[in-house]
Design a protein around this ligand. Structure first.
Ligand SMILES: [Fe+2]
Length: 165
């Protein structure tokens, strides 16, 4: 996005929330379609991360009146998921790494606009994109336990205090 500074906090929150809904559908679609069992397991862990971020952001979305993503938006997520589950895994991961970098910049722009009670959760939303980036780097490098940053992060999310907005 070229005009982050012109977006309101509500606009950012809407984009972030919908982005995570997109991620759930994309990873689930890819997991359903891939023929590689190991890739499928990884995709399902990534989907769980997206679900956890949605859970984190839902009270914020409700407070700020954010609607669920539209069907046409989510049908694009299905198309992206089909490509992710069908095409060369490493090539797709390299594409995803670029998207993740863009998301980090977009999501981070929401932090200074967020009300104090939302800031920690928005920071976690920013951080989870970095965690996906760490997974991609480890996976592309062929390292052991590439998902460990993701599973550690999911555990950390469960320690966040209840939302008091
Ligand atoms: Fe995400």
């Amino acid at each position: 996005m070229a005009h982050n500074t012109e977006k309101s906090y509500q606009d950012h929150l809407c984009d972030i929330y919908h982005g995570e809904e997109f991620g759930v559908v994309m990873f689930q679609t890819a997991a359903d379609i891939t023929k590689d069992k190991q890739v499928k397991e990884k995709l399902l862990v990534l989907k769980r991360l997206e679900e956890e971020v949605i859970r984190l952001l839902t009270p914020l979305a409700e407070k700020h009146g954010i609607a669920k993503a539209s069907g046409s938006y989510l049908s694009r997520a299905k198309q992206t998921g089909q490509a992710l589950g069908t095409n060369d895994w490493k090539k797709e991961l390299k594409k995803m790494a670029k998207l993740v970098d863009g998301c980090i910049a977009d999501y981070a722009a929401a932090v200074p606009l967020a009300p104090p009670e939302d800031q920690e959760r928005i920071r976690f939303a920013v951080a989870h994109e970095g965690v996906i980036g760490q997974f991609i780097a480890k996976e592309l490098a062929g390292q052991d336990e590439p998902l460990s940053p993701v599973t550690d992060f999911i555990a950390a999310l469960h320690n966040i205090p209840p939302y008091s907005g």
